[in-house]
Design a protein around this ligand. Structure first.
Ligand SMILES: Nc1ncnc2c1ncn2[C@@H]1O[C@H](COP(=O)(O)OP(=O)(O)OP(=O)(O)O)[C@@H](O)[C@H]1O
Ligand SMILES: [Mg+2]
Length: 201
């Protein structure tokens, strides 16, 4: 799948650059190039998802991973009028985590939360300790998850979004379980949902 996509994108790009800026066909070819790149990235995600996951854990601060990821997600959230807030437990122990993979977990959960939220709302990322486990929670005040979708949200390729691949939560589950943890969600009393990631300390 990758090779034909690269050929389509590559040649469309070459032809597009030969056309004058004002040529209406240039815009169309640019769309071919963009959409091919999007397909390429979806194919890459699907291939990654199918592979067994080997994590490379090091002693790391979960709070630092949260702060780093929130910074990355902030510009997109701001564009949708959603504020990202954090409430981080200062006494968390260092954990054995694969940093980039856990950043991916946080980013996928925060992205979903932002996408579910109307403008003017906020998303809260929280860490805390519960007996000997560490909890990472992402709470939103968004549209919530319909009863009939509850069993499906972690299934790969399940999506209710126009441009979603439906891999976000599948990847979250795979990474969290590779760390010996688990992930679940609950409806919030007022509105929205909270996703909870439990990690062994
Ligand atoms: N915070 C949330 N609030 C409401 N619905 C959610 C939330 N998180 C996930 N969902 C539901 O679960 C589905 C699957 O989520 P998932 O992240 O796996 O895929 P996606 O967001 O649709 O696409 P992708 O993450 O690949 O861009 C979503 O389409 C949405 O219906
Ligand atoms: Mg998602």
């Amino acid at each position: 799948m990758k090779a034909p996509l690269m050929a389509i994108g590559g040649f469309a790009n070459q032809v597009s650059r030969k056309l004058r800026q004002e040529d209406p066909n240039r815009k169309k070819l640019e769309i071919v190039v963009q959409e091919t790149a999007r397909l390429e990235s979806m194919v890459k995600q699907m291939l990654d998802f199918g592979r067994p996951l080997e994590i490379q854990p090091t002693e790391i601060s979960l709070n630092e991973l949260v702060m780093k990821t929130v910074k990355v997600a902030e510009p997109v959230a701001r564009k949708s009028g959603v504020e990202l807030k954090t409430d981080l437990e200062p006494s968390l122990p260092l954990l054995l985590l694969d940093g980039p993979r856990i950043e991916q977990v946080i980013l996928n959960l925060v992205t979903n939360a932002v996408q579910a939220s109307p403008a003017g709302e906020h998303v809260l990322v929280r860490t805390h300790l519960e007996s000997d486990e560490v909890l990472l929670e992402v709470a939103d005040r968004g549209c919530g998850i319909m009863e009939e979708h509850r069993d499906n949200v972690f299934h790969p390729f399940f999506s209710t979004k126009k441009a979603g691949t439906g891999l976000g939560l599948g990847i979250v589950k795979k990474i969290v379980e590779a760390h010996g943890g688990d992930v679940s969600f609950q409806s919030n009393p007022e509105k929205g949902v909270t996703f909870s990631v439990r990690l062994p300390s």
